[in-house]
Ligand binder design. Sequence first.
Ligand code: MRU
Length: 351
Amino acid sequence: MNVNGKPYRTIWLEGDIVKIIHQPFIPHEFEISSLRTHQETATAIQEMWVRGAPAIGAAGVLGMVQAMLHSTPDNYRKFTVDAADLLKNTRPTAQNLFFEIDQVLHCIEQANSWDDACEKVLTQANHSVDTSINACQSIGRFGSELFQDGDSILTHCNAGWLACIDWGTALAPVYYAAREGKQNFIYVDETRPRGQGSRLTAWELGQENIEHAIIADNAAGYYMSRNNIQKVIVGADRIAANGDTANKIGTFTKAVVAFEHGIPFYVAAPISTIDFDCPTGLKIPIEERTPDEVLYTWGMADNGEFLRVRTAPAKSSAKNPAFDVTPAKYITGIITEEGIYQPADLHQLNQ
Ligand code: MRU
């Protein structure tokens, strides 16, 4: 996708360096960070310099490439298993991280020498990146067919190209529809506490000249009740085998209100986000992040200074679950790279 008219990916590899768009600075500054080791890549995932399930998965793969290249013929098996543990221990909910790293580990297990393992891991990394981008583009193609010209669409969090390598999941159909000439208006949930909607989704949509408005998270029900919203589309961090879907905290309440108003509620995600070993949403691990994300906010003052300010009483504590689970009964369809599936039919995708 484009930044000031220039095409970018969210994450890529240059030699043994992982390059990322540094997301905490957006929308105020656009900077690329260089991650020189798999430990730095793990930190970038944990600190959410790179975030969004498919992008976290890509960071996992590229971190494994770094570990492989920095290992030796004598230590590569243990070194890469330890690296996989470190990378997996960063964020527990995004299924793509585990799916992608396990694929790399499998390649290393199959290799008969360090050289062979390096070659296999690099081939696997290229394959993962291509598969992820193609999946998102296909999600865009299938999802755009659901949009009528003139529809207003609500989205929560950032499931755009910043959350993937390119295109996005929930926003891919928006971009695809725009390229087909459809005019859609996007209601962007602010997405407290970290503001992925107001910081990232709004910025992305602006780069693509897509009409949108940021709304406070608690305004979505008001707009749904006034017939202002025709569809809701969100991404996913992990989808259980029965279709229950973990996504950014606040998604569940949007789904219930949409259901109450008869508004279709779609989840867009690549098949790599489906955890076929997880029977229901109750088994999905939910990340609990620092209370500081609720107690403080941050941004840029008019003089250009980055500021972190406390918005809560000095002695108040906070709780901060990063995700919630939307039960399958509220989900109209799951848009994947293979087409749109009812939650009950997901098992058809389990190869
Ligand atoms: O905590 P984040 O910002 O990594 O959470 C991201 C989301 O919840 C997205 O909606 C989800 O990963 C889908 S990304 C295409």
